[in-house]
Design a binder for this molecule. Structure first.
Ligand SMILES: Nc1ncnc2c1ncn2[C@@H]1O[C@H](COP(=O)(O)OP(=O)(O)O)[C@@H](O)[C@H]1O
Ligand SMILES: [Mg+2]
Length: 311
């Protein structure tokens, strides 16, 4: 796709294959396409392979196989393309004995000319204005994250890659930061690619997401699609066993731990048929209602399924 911002093709990273150590595949055959002015989330538990993927996209680490393209270019061959990219990678490092401001100045000057006015605006946007003259060694993790985000934006990049951007921030700070990140995409037209191990974060910030587990993408799509894919209904009936028998050849019926309660996975259009069939069988229905699965449950279910498949 010509307007793709990030494309990865069979991106793979194997660690420790030299010197006879047992090798470990951290990222395996990852194919991603990130386009347009949106926030794209990369979700996975710790150790799933998020940071390794980002490092390969930014050419901080070489893939074992496959490649990553940014704006259609391979940064390994055309590193200039990374001028359009701002990033905050896990464990951003600063000079501890310099103030936040002086760190920004050093970073800005290493990239281009330090733009004082832009830096001042960014410092305010990330909520560091009061602490910017303080030495970084006195910063909390959350403050360093804020400084890292400001640093990532200094050159006004088109693509912003943020690895776990809100880690270490307090709840109020997280809320502000989420809004800021969404504005980057929706008001300023940037593409934001962020990782998180927190489902609620992705749910509240991202337009689209990929779920990575044990190095492999197990799900990808628009957030709303992923959420609506499951149409589960909760059913309260007089006889669970007979309900199952009546429905299971056509719909998937999931027992619950509660007496009389079942979950049914069915499209909305089927609901009248389900009710009719139960009534015909003489089963009493006390209630039937959509059962909204949280993304969290959905995610855990997916990861659980994948682990089940592996073993
Ligand atoms: N430099 C490295 N050498 C060996 N193994 C690594 C290295 N970096 C990451 N790993 C391993 O690769 C896997 C994925 O790590 P990472 O990409 O950091 O995950 P995430 O960012 O999703 O938490 C983990 O099992 C981790 O231990
Ligand atoms: Mg990581």
């Amino acid at each position: 796709m010509s307007d793709a911002v990030i494309v990865t093709e069979n991106l793979t990273k194997r660690f420790g294959s030299r010197w006879g150590r047992e090798s470990k595949v951290a990222v395996q055959g990852v194919n991603l396409q990130v386009t347009g002015a949106q926030v794209y989330g990369f979700l996975g538990v710790n150790g799933a392979g998020k940071s390794t993927t980002i490092r390969m996209i930014l050419d901080l680490m070489h893939p074992s196989q496959g490649r990553a393209l940014v704006y259609g270019k391979d940064p390994r061959r055309q590193p200039d393309v990374l001028r359009r990219v701002g990033s905050l990678v896990e464990g951003a490092t600063f000079y501890p004995y310099l103030s936040g401001w002086d760190n920004l100045r050093v970073i800005g000057n290493s990239q281009a000319q330090f733009n004082q006015q832009r830096a001042t605006e960014l410092v305010e946007r990330v909520g560091l204005d009061k602490a910017i003259k303080v030495k970084v060694r006195a910063y909390s993790t959350g403050m360093k994250q804020r400084l890292g985000i400001a640093a990532a934006l200094l050159q006004d990049p088109d693509l912003i890659i943020l690895d776990e951007p809100t880690s270490g921030m307090d709840p109020a700070g997280i809320r502000e930061m989420r809004r800021f990140i969404r504005d980057l995409a929706h008001e300023q037209g940037k593409t934001v690619f962020l990782t998180s191990h927190l489902l609620s974060e992705v749910q509240q910030t991202c337009d689209r997401l990929a779920i990575i587990n044990a190095g492999q993408i197990i799900q990808e799509g628009a957030l709303t699609d992923l959420l609506s894919q499951q149409s589960l209904y909760e059913l309260d009936v007089s006889d669970v066993e007979r309900t199952r028998n009546a429905l299971q050849e056509r719909w998937s019926v999931i027992p619950t731990e509660n007496d009389g309660l079942l979950h049914i996975n069915a499209p909305r259009a089927d609901i009248p048929h389900i009710i009719k069939r139960l009534v015909e069988q003489g089963i009493d229905i006390y209630s039937m209602a959509p059962y909204r699965q949280s993304l969290e449950d959905y995610f855990l279910e997916l990861v659980g399924l994948e682990e089940g498949k592996l073993s």
